[in-house]
Design a protein around this ligand. Structure first.
Ligand code: DOR
Ligand code: ZN
Length: 442
């Protein structure tokens, strides 16, 4: 049993924001009391227990208590590229970053397109015993963009969504069929919107900064034309669509229109697109190379506005680990991807929440409540009876991001070496303590 006291509890789904206590019994949130201080006697009575020694007590003074965050976009590299990330290392990095549930993408080697592979990912996640690992299965076999996978079977194996993320599905007809078939499973299709004919061999956002660096550009339209296509197809089929890593102002406009028209559509933004722009990209640092590429300042304003007005439903890291050797290649040749699980929350806290651009309540809505709802997951709330997936968050904690202190096997983040403020200090999954004093427990 657990008694977390005097923390600032936040859960907009239950209308909770205030100082109070949270009690855990048998792995579940047993009682939430806000606005009053509980006595030990009251706690024992609520827990139906006579011995205070049987109750772990945590002083949350000066801290926030959030529902465990849910990250809808994570790349672990198992099977096939374990040198970048394993399911175990990724599940550990997740909880250290405040994420108690993660959706993991199918672009492994081999691609997660069979029931056996979906089950492998799910079971490896369970064995790791840290963040809850939910497999996303591929939309097309081998992610070749042609033949749709056995979606019902994949769902029965544990898939919670379908995506060829990492690649756009170029054929509108294939994507239309995917939305139709996915309706049989009730799962959303997550679209990586990228038109190859427009993106070409580009490596950063097309524009003035790209031209100055002498690099090949990817126009904003490479994303937004496919967002429009997919929104129309979702409207026509009645399928459930989720747009990954929205990075352009035109995409935000299209999503806003589609939602007004009643399309079953949600969308996410990655912290790096909100916080870093094309003009920040140094030619010598490939940790800024990501797909979709870092946008313009005007795009960033539209993305934030979209988050605040409900056009964009969630934040998601798009944690994309790559080895140092691969990222040491010249900018044009290095792989796309930013490692996000252990830095994303702190970066968003420091740059948006601490600066008053996003409230803690909105943060929890975007990174716990909404993703849990959209993908039908347990958790993401402090509602009584829910699994005790919890994050005790210290808004004042400052830390330098170093390779040595990290759980991820890769360190490809523009924040490496920088100091950030606002970190989770204790994390529980299903009532089990998995992070203590910033360290992942074994
Ligand atoms: O930057 C990216 N990296 N974007 C993607 O869509 C895929 C990801 C990866 O798998 O490395
Ligand atoms: Zn993607």
């Amino acid at each position: 049993m657990l008694w977390i006291k005097d923390a600032h509890l936040v859960d907009p789904a239950c209308g909770i924001s205030g100082r109070g206590s949270l009690l855990v019994r048998e792995g579940r949130i047993h009682k939430v009391v806000v606005g009053e201080t509980l006595t030990a006697e009251a706690v024992l009575a609520l827990l139906g227990c006579s011995d205070l020694a049987a109750v772990d007590q945590v002083d949350g003074t000066g801290m926030y208590l959030f529902p465990g965050l849910v990250d809808a976009h994570v790349h672990l590299r198992e099977p096939g590229q374990e040198e970048k990330e394993e399911i175990r290392s990724g599940a550990r990095a997740a909880v250290r970053g405040g994420f108690t549930s993660i959706l993991v993408m199918a672009n492994t080697q081999p691609v997660i397109d069979s029931r056996a592979l979906v089950e492998y990912v799910r079971l490896a996640g369970e064995r790791a015993g840290k963040a809850r690992v939910y497999p996303v299965a591929a939309v097309t076999k081998g992610m070749a963009g042609k033949e749709i996978t056995e979606m019902v079977d994949l769902k029965d194996g544990g898939a919670v969504a379908f995506s060829d993320d990492g690649k756009g599905i170029q054929s509108a007809e294939t994507f239309r069929l995917a939305l139709e078939y996915a309706k049989l499973t009730g799962c959303p299709v997550i679209s990586h919107c990228e038109d190859d004919s427009l993106a070409g061999a580009g490596v950063m956002r097309k524009g003035e900064h790209c031209a100055r660096l002498g690099l090949k550009g990817i126009p904003a339209s490479a994303e937004s034309v496919m967002v429009a296509r997919d929104a129309l197809l979702a409207g026509e089929t009645g399928g459930r669509l989720h747009i990954a890593h929205v990075s352009t102002k035109e995409s935000v406009q299209v999503i806003r229109m589609a939602k007004k028209a009643g399309v079953d559509l949600t969308a996410e933004v990655n912290p790096h697109h909100l916080l870093l722009a094309d003009e920040d990209v140094p030619l010598t640092d490939t940790s800024y190379k990501v797909n979709p590429p870092l946008p313009s300042r005007a795009d960033q304003e539209a993305l934030l506005e979209g988050l605040l007005d409900g056009t964009i439903d969630m934040l998601a890291t798009d944690h994309a680990p790559h080895t140092w050797e691969e990222k040491a290649r010249p900018f044009a040749e290095a792989p796309f991807g930013i490692n996000g699980l252990e830095t994303a929350l702190a970066a968003v806290w420091q740059e948006l929440v601490a600066k008053g651009k996003l409230t803690p309540e909105k943060l929890v809505e975007l990174w716990a409540v909404n993703p849990a709802r959209r993908f039908g997951l347990t958790g993401g709330t402090l509602a009584e009876g829910s699994p005790a997936d919890l994050v005790l968050f210290d808004p004042a904690r400052r830390e330098r991001v170093t390779a040595e202190t990290r759980e991820s096997k890769s360190h490809n983040t523009p924040f490496l070496g920088r100091e950030l403020q606002g970190f989770p200090v204790m994390v529980w999954v299903g009532g089990k303590l998995v992070v203590k004093d910033r360290k992942v427990l074994d």
